[in-house]
Ligand binder design. Structure first.
Ligand code: SAH
Length: 348
C-alpha cells in the first residue's frame, strides 16, 4: 500500500499531507523503493552526474542568535574571522584550478560586508571566471540588496527557510527574527530571477512528523531550484547543546521524497549528513541527491566555521577533499563532474 503511494508520487501525482505523513511514519516499508525511484528520477534529468560546489565560508561574524547555530552572536567561545576580498578571490582561483565552476559564498549575517562590498566581491569572481556560477548564502537582506547582488552577477541564492511552520520557527529563533521576513526574502529572490535554494534541518528540536509532511507540501508549492536539507546536529555552546541530533536515516528518506516531489531539483548531500554518518553523503546520493559542496575555505579558518559539533573535513586541503569525494562517489555508480550544473528544465 505504501509502495503504491511512492509509485503514485513518482508518476507525478501530488500527494496530500496525510499521504506524505503515512509515508514518513511507515518509511521502513518503502525506503528502498523510494531510493530506487528517486535515483531513476535523478538519472532521468541529470544522468549519473553529481555536481560540486566550492563552499567559501568567508565570515563567521553574525548578528543573529539562532538557537541551533554554533556561530550565533551569543556564542562568546567563537574565534571570529573575516576573509578579505582578495582572499575570497584567491579561494575562487584555487577552486577554479581544481575544477570548480560554482562558488558558494556563505557566512553569518555580517554588516561589515555591505551591499557594495558583496557586489564588488561577486563582480570580481565573475570577472576572473566568467564561466562560473556564483551562489550567495548570506542570510536575510532587503529586496534592493538582493537586486544589487543579482546585477553584480550572482546567479543563485541559498536561504533555508529552516521550517515551514511559523510556530516552530519561533521555537528555533529569538523574537527579533521573523518567519514572515524569511518568507518574504525567498519570494524576493525568486522574483529577481535567482535560482533559489530553500531547505530545513531534519530533527531540529520540536520538529514533528507532521511538520515534515508540511515541509514537502511547502516545497511543492514554492518550487525552488535547489533544496538543502541536513540533520540538525547540536553545538555544545548553544541553547540546543543538549538536544538530540537528527538521523541520517530520516534525512536520506526525505531526500528521496524531495527528489520525487521536485524531479529536477538540485539536491545536495550535505556535510551535516556526512558528519552524522561516515557514509552519509554516499547514502544521500544513492537516495536521489545530486550535489556535493566541498569546503574551499582556507585551512586556517575551517575550524572556526563550526555550525555544529564534530564537523567533518575541517583539517583537509580542498584538493584532498575532492580526491576523497571522487573515490566515495564512484562507489555509488555516479561521477563527479565539473560543469556549472545549472537547474535543468529539460530531460537528459
Ligand atoms: N547566515 C546564512 C547561512 C547560514 S549557515 C543564512 O542565514 O542563510 C547554513 C545552514 O546551516 C543554516 O541555514 C542551517 O539550516 C544550517 N545549520 C545551522 N546550525 C546547524 C546545526 N546545529 N545543525 C545542522 N545544521 C545547522
Amino acid at each position: 500500500m505504501y509502495k503504491e503511494l511512492i509509485q503514485k508520487l513518482a508518476a507525478g501525482t501530488a500527494l496530500t499531507k496525510e499521504e506524505y505523513l503515512a509515508l514518513i511514519r511507515n518509511r521502513e516499508a518503502v525506503r528502498d523503493e523510494a531510493a530506487r525511484l528517486a535515483s531513476e528520477m535523478r538519472k532521468h534529468y541529470y544522468g549519473n552526474r553529481v555536481f560540486i560546489r566550492g563552499l567559501i565560508e568567508f565570515t563567521n561574524y553574525c548578528k543573529n542568535n539562532c538557537y541551533y547555530c554554533g556561530i550565533r552572536a551569543g556564542n562568546s567561545h567563537v574565534e571570529r574571522y573575516r576573509l578579505t576580498k582578495e582572499e575570497i578571490w584567491d579561494c575562487s582561483d584555487a577552486g577554479y584550478q581544481l575544477g570548480f565552476r560554482t562558488f558558494v559564498l556563505q557566512g553569518g549575517e555580517d554588516a561589515y560586508f555591505t551591499d557594495e562590498l558583496v557586489a564588488e566581491i561577486v563582480r570580481g569572481i565573475k570577472r576572473r571566471h566568467p564561466d562560473c556560477a556564483v551562489t550567495l548564502s548570506i542570510g536575510e537582506r532587503e529586496y534592493e540588496s538582493y537586486r544589487m547582488f543579482r546585477e553584480a552577477g550572482a546567479d543563485r541564492y541559498l536561504l533555508r527557510h529552516e521550517t515551514a511552520n511559523c510556530e516552530h520557527y519561533e521555537k528555533l529563533h529569538p523574537d527579533n527574527m521573523s518567519f514572515e521576513h524569511r518568507m518574504k526574502c525567498l519570494r524576493d529572490l525568486k522574483s529577481l530571477g535567482y535560482q533559489v535554494g530553500a531547505g530545513f534541518m531534519v530533527g531540529s528540536p520540536g520538529q514533528t512528523e507532521e511538520h515534515l509532511a508540511d515541509e514537502l507540501l511547502f516545497l511543492k508549492e514554492l518550487q525552488p531550484q535547489m533544496v538543502g536539507i541536513g540533520p540538525f546536529i547540536p553545538h555544545k555552546d548553544t541553547p540546543f547543546g543538549a538536544e538530540q541530533a537528527g538521523s541520517a536515516e530520516l534525512t536520506t528518506f526525505l531526500l528521496s521524497l524531495i527528489r520525487l516531489t521536485l524531479p529536477n531539483v538540485l539536491l545536495p548531500a550535505t556535510t551535516a549528513l556526512g558528519t552524522i554518518d561516515p557514509t552519509g553523503r554516499e547514502k544521500g546520493i544513492m537516495a536521489g541527491a545530486n550535489v556535493l559542496m566541498p569546503n574551499l575555505s582556507p585551512a586556517d579558518v575551517r575550524k572556526k566555521y563550526l555550525l555544529y559539533d564534530n564537523k567533518i573535513c575541517t583539517g583537509d586541503e580542498a584538493a584532498q577533499c575532492i580526491e576523497c569525494l571522487k573515490n566515495r562517489i564512484r562507489k555509488t555508480g555516479c561521477d563527479i563532474v565539473t560543469d556549472r550544473g545549472d537547474f535543468r528544465i529539460t530531460e537528459d
